[in-house]
Write a new protein. Structure first.
Length: 54
């Protein structure tokens, strides 16, 4: 299903239905879903170490 949505997204870009920016945003979201990553921005700071791990 996600691969079909990616194919449809590529067709929409090729046919001028969406612009490059919209394509890239949606493609990234679909690829995240396909790879099992939660959608959304990647954190810029790593999580702090658990207490007592020092």
């Amino acid at each position: 299903m996600l691969r079909a949505r990616l194919a449809a997204l590529n067709r929409a870009l090729d046919e001028g239905e969406i612009d490059q920016e919209r394509f890239e945003l949606e493609e990234e979201r679909l690829l995240d879903l396909l790879e099992g990553r939660p959608p959304g921005p990647v954190p810029t700071h790593p999580a702090p170490p658990p207490p007592g791990s020092h």
